[in-house]
Design a protein around this ligand. Structure first.
Ligand code: GDP
Length: 296
C-alpha cells in the first residue's frame, strides 16, 4: 500500500529540500503536487481539500525551526498532518470490560471478516493468553460457517457449533450464554455480509447488536476497494455506530485512499491492518509509522 503515493511525494519533496529559502510560491507549488498525489491515491476529495488547507495555514509564514531547513519544515508539517488525519495514536480493542468482551465483526462479503476474526483471536490467544470463543452468524452461507470452524481451530480458539437453520439472533444469544458459562474472555461474532449494502442485512446486524450489546463493532474494510470502502464504512457506522475499523488486504497494491480517509469521514479509528492471507497477517495500526512510511 502507498507505494505510488510515497514515490510521488518523494519527488515533490526532493525539489523542496534543495531550496535554501522557501517562498510562498514554492510552498504553494509543492502543495499543489501533494494535492494531486493524494487524489491519485484515491483519498476522498473533501479530506484532501481540508488536509491541504491545514498544511498551507501552518506552512506559510511559519517560524522556521533552527534545526530544520525550510524544506524539511514543510515535510514535517505534512507528516504531522498525515498522522492527525489518521488518528494520532494507536487504538486497540477495548478489552477493559467484564468478560466476556463481545466483539462483533461486520462488513461486506469478501472483505475479510472471517479471516480477520481468526487473526484477532490468534493475537489475543498468543500474546495475551485470552480464551476466545468464535461464532458464525452467517446462516446464508454454510461454507462461511465451515470456514470459521477451520480457521478458528487453526488458531486455537473454540468455535461454537452452529446450524444454518438457526437464526442469527438465536446464535448470538446462545454464543453469549456459552461464553459466560465457559469462562471465555472474548466472544467474536462473525456476521453475514452481502455483496452490497442492503436493508435486510443492516437491520439484521442492528438487531443482533441490540440484543447482545457488543463492546466493539469492528467494520472490516477491504483496502483494495479505495473510496468505496470509505463510503461503505460510513454507511455501516451510521447504522451500527461502529467502534473501529480493520483495514484488510493492505499487502496488495492498494493506493491507500481508504487508510487516509476513513478516520476523517467516519470519525472512527482504524485499529488494525490485515497484511496477508495467513493468520498471522495482522498488525495494529500506528498512524505515525504509516505516515513515516508514506514520506519515506
Ligand atoms: P469474508 O467474506 O468477509 O468473511 O471474507 P474472508 O475472510 O473469507 O476473506 C476473503 C478473501 O480475502 C480470502 O481469500 C482471504 O484469504 C482474503 N484476505 C483476507 N484478509 C486478507 C489480507 O489482509 N490480505 C490478503 N492478501 N488477503 C486477505
Amino acid at each position: 500500500m502507498f507505494e505510488s503515493l510515497s514515490d510521488r511525494l518523494e519527488i515533490t519533496f526532493k525539489k523542496l529540500k534543495g531550496q535554501g529559502k522557501l517562498s510562498e510560491q514554492n510552498i504553494k507549488d509543492a502543495l499543489r503536487e501533494v494535492r494531486i498525489a493524494l487524489l491519485e491515491a484515491d483519498v476522498n476529495l473533501n479530506v484532501t481539500k481540508a488536509f491541504i488547507r491545514r498544511v498551507q495555514e501552518k506552512a506559510i509564514g511559519v517560524e522556521v525551526l533552527k534545526s530544520l531547513t525550510p524544506g524539511q519544515q514543510v515535510i514535517k508539517i505534512v507528516h504531522d498532518e498525515l498522522v492527525a488525519v489518521m488518528g494520532a495514536a494507536n487504538e486497540s480493542l477495548n478489552l477493559a470490560n467484564q468478560p466476556p468482551v463481545v466483539v462483533m465483526m461486520a462488513g461486506l462479503q469478501g472483505s475479510g471478516k472471517t479471516t480477520s476474526t481468526a487473526k484477532l483471536a490468534k493475537r489475543l490467544i498468543d500474546k495475551e493468553r485470552k480464551k476466545c470463543l468464535l461464532a458464525s452468524l452467517d446462516v446464508y452461507r454454510p461454507a462461511a460457517m465451515k470456514q470459521l470452524q477451520t480457521v478458528g481451530e487453526q488458531v486455537g480458539a473454540t468455535v461454537l457449533p452452529t446450524e444454518p437453520t438457526e437464526n442469527p439472533r438465536e446464535i448470538a444469544k446462545r454464543a453469549l450464554e456459552e461464553a459466560k458459562k465457559g469462562g471465555f474472555d472474548v466472544l467474536f461474532l462473525d456476521t453475514a455480509g452481502r455483496l452490497h449494502i442492503d436493508e435486510a442485512l443492516m437491520s439484521e446486524l442492528a438487531d443482533v447488536a441490540a440484543l447482545v450489546n457488543p463492546h466493539e463493532i469492528l467494520f472490516v474494510a477491504d483496502a483494495m476497494t479505495g473510496q468505496d470502502a470509505v463510503s461503505v464504512a460510513k454507511n455501516f457506522d451510521d447504522r451500527l455506530n461502529i467502534t473501529g475499523v480493520l483495514l484488510s488486504k493492505t499487502d496488495g497494491d492498494a493506493r491507500g485512499g481508504a487508510a487516509l480517509s476513513i478516520r476523517e469521514v467516519t470519525g472512527k479509528p482504524i485499529k488494525f491492518l490485515g497484511t496477508g492471507e495467513k493468520l498471522d497477517g495482522l498488525e495494529p495500526f500506528h498512524p505515525d509509522r504509516v505516515a513515516s512510511r508514506i514520506l519515506g
